[in-house]
Design a binder for this molecule. Structure first.
Ligand SMILES: *Cc1c(COP(=O)(O)O)cnc(C)c1O
Length: 409
């Protein structure tokens, strides 16, 4: 036994203790989602199980359990087997991948789409390749951007300028400052996940035109949800053709897993050819691609899920508003219930789960700024009036119990 060497175990436990002290240690609920009964799930804890209702899923429309999606996935699984067999580059490119890319390109009105293993990887890989490959590129990044974009931009080593969240004046100030002939890319989101606010796509496109910048839009929380065919906020606002790159996920409203970009043929081919995060990783299983394509196709034609979803969101908002639960106002489907204290937020979440069978993960720093800790509620078309009544009663009890202030209705 050598002495004086770095005690790595001690390092790990020390860091974790620090997280616990700050109330930032992450605890995951152990759940079993029940296909056909979404949003109901079974929870495992300390050797016991409990039935719970999920109120914080990003499978916003319950497509992960849609019979057509399950059937297409099973059918493809039986037909093609479990895995892709390799990277797209070597032996892993399947007909299903190509079909899904065509479906996605069509969804966004773009020449081409390119699949990745997740939305995170698509942002990381595409922004790394674009920012790193385009000579002397400057990336203008919204201050509210998701970690996957931030990491991609960092990895690209391009010059990065962060503009104030959704602030056109600040963005223009930066753009003015950069020589006209320097390549520029503006990276931003449509629906911001934690506040549920919506990016000024039109304003950003106008500035991009004026200063000759490319636009890169993350529609992760909007695809399947907004626009007549589920193409996202840019589709709803008729702006898809003004966006250079649309990025999104197959894991949220489409209910499966995977990510993609949609853009011009040349841009997609460039990323396909130069991006390490695309080239050197095993492709999505063809069965997953088949399931995702079914979800995308279904939501292109079907309005009922979006309609029921909107109805559930406004019912929940109205019900919580009536008892003065403070919510952040926004125009999206995300309902941030503000607690403003990490310990209370975690405690409320624990009691909701243990005593009311309601699962809402607490959202604390660093996901959101300190003092804005919250419960992020995401209704689905499958939450019933009874579910909503139970949620309202539980939050009312807890607001009284924790002496939290209520908003004046
Ligand atoms: C979840 C998320 C991603 C990553 O997508 P995954 O498919 O889950 O990896 C990217 N951008 C935003 C804004 C997200 O919220």
């Amino acid at each position: 036994m050598t002495t004086n060497v770095f005690d790595h175990q001690n390092f790990f436990t020390g860091e974790l203790d620090q997280l616990r002290e700050e109330g930032r240690y992450r605890v995951f609920a152990e759940l079993e989602r029940k296909a056909g009964h979404f949003p109901q799930a079974r929870r495992y804890k300390d050797g016991a199980t409990q039935d719970v209702t999920i109120w914080c899923a990003n499978d916003y429309l319950g497509m992960g359990q849609h019979p057509k999606v399950i059937e297409a996935t099973c059918e493809a699984l039986r037909a093609y087997g479990a895995g892709a067999g390799g990277t797209r580059n070597i032996s892993g490119n399947s007909h299903e991948h190509v079909l899904l890319e065509e479906e996605l390109a069509d969804l966004h009105g773009k020449e081409q789409a390119l699949l990745f293993t997740s939305g995170y990887i698509s942002n990381w890989a595409a922004l790394s390749a674009l920012g790193g490959g385009i000579p002397n590129c400057v990336i203008l990044s919204d201050a509210g951007n998701h970690a996957s974009m931030i990491e991609g931009i960092r990895h690209s080593r391009a010059e990065r300028r962060i503009f104030k969240h959704n602030d056109m004046v600040d963005l223009e100030k930066h753009l003015k400052d950069i020589p006209p002939n320097r390549p520029k890319l503006i990276a931003f989101e449509s629906v911001y996940s934690m506040d549920g606010d919506i990016g000024n796509i039109n304003g950003i496109c106008d500035l991009a035109d004026k200063y000759g910048a490319m636009t890169y839009l993350d529609e992760v929380h909007a695809v399947g949800m907004y626009g007549p065919r589920g193409g996202g906020i840019a589709e709803r606002e008729g702006l898809m053709d003004r966006i250079t790159v649309i990025e999104a996920t197959l894991g949220k409203a489409f209910g499966v897993v995977g990510g993609y970009i949609a853009a011009s043929k040349a841009l997609c081919d460039y990323v396909r050819s130069f991006s390490s995060g695309f080239i050197f990783t095993t492709a999505l299983p063809p069965a997953i691609a088949a399931g995702a394509r079914t979800a995308v196709r279904h939501l292109k034609d079907s309005e009922i899920e979006r309609m029921r979803h909107r109805r559930a969101v406004s019912k929940v908002r109205a019900s919580l508003k009536a008892i003065g639960i403070p919510m952040m106002d926004n125009e999206s489907h995300i309902i941030p219930v503000m607690v403003g204290n990490a310990a209370k937020c975690k405690m409320i979440s624990d009691v909701l789960m243990d005593q009311y069978g309601i699962y809402i993960q607490p959202i604390n720093y660093p996901t959101v700024p300190k003092g804005t800790e919250r419960l992020r509620i995401t209704p689905s078309p499958f939450h019933t009036d009874e579910d909503i009544a139970k949620l309202t009663k539980a939050l009312s009890d807890l607001w009284s119990h924790c002496a939290l202030s209520r908003a004046v209705a």
